[in-house]
Ligand binder design. Structure first.
Ligand code: DX5
Ligand code: ZN
Length: 221
């Protein structure tokens, strides 16, 4: 049986109470904290950096999954590693040297991931499967929370699932964007094992009720 992980994105949390928000969502059953970093350059929005990662680190024991939507990528990676990130992923279009960036992340003691926008082809994976701990498929275009799931992503998730299984490597398959209680089972059936959800969880008053409902859906997937 697949070990499913739910990764709430703090992009939709109340930033004025972030420590309490991450404690509450872990208490409610989150397996991972998804941390969206946007630079107003690679994506048209600006969010949070290593200082905020360092600030929430003492509040949670679960892994912090840093999703870098920044360009360039390499300069900021050691800062996030020092700030307590456990997983760091980046978009291949944002790095001139993908293999080097993946190696840099692992050299800093973190798990390394590559992120694919809805329009980004999967060929970037071909020669780096041995350097990956995570593949993140975007089911929205990055930059904002609260967007609708793009159904075409399901085919891409299924294609990546086949590639991971054929590779024999232990690689997490994460999906990010528009994931809700009513579509999480379909995303799992396509082959994902890790589910980012921002507005579906932090937009609701009872985090545990949403996470429990997601797990019920996953149990039937
Ligand atoms: C979008 C971010 C997502 C976002 C997901 O660029 O990478 O992690 O927070 O938010 P929802 O779940 O609301 O689509
Ligand atoms: Zn994200």
């Amino acid at each position: 049986m697949t070990n499913y992980r739910i990764a709430p994105s703090i992009l939709s949390a109340d930033f004025a109470r972030l420590g309490e928000e991450v404690r509450n969502v872990v208490e409610a059953g989150a397996d991972i904290i998804h941390f969206d970093v946007m630079d107003n350059h690679y994506v048209p929005n600006l969010t949070i950096g290593p200082l905020v990662c360092e600030a929430i680190r003492p509040h949670v024991q679960v892994p912090i999954d840093v999703h870098l939507m920044v360009k360039p990528v390499d300069r900021i990676i050691p800062d996030f590693a020092k700030a307590g990130a456990n997983i760091i992923s980046f978009h291949p279009e944002a790095s001139e040297h993908i293999d080097r960036t993946l190696q840099l992340i692992r050299d800093q003691g973190c798990k390394a991931g590559l992120v694919f926008n809805p329009g980004t082809p999967l060929h970037y994976l071909e020669h780096v499967m041995d350097k990956l701990d995570l593949i993140l498929i975007m089911s929205v275009n990055p930059g904002f929370g609260g967007q609708s799931f793009i159904p075409e992503a399901l085919k891409k998730i299924a294609a990546v699932r086949k590639m991971i299984d054929a590779s024999g490597f232990d690689i997490m398959l994460e999906v990010d964007g528009g994931v809700k209680v009513d579509n999480i089972a379909a995303v799992a059936k396509a082959g994902a094992d890790t589910f980012v959800a921002g507005s579906a969880i932090f937009g609701k008053p009872d985090y545990k009720a949403v996470i429990d409902a997601m797990r019920t859906q996953l149990a039937s997937a």
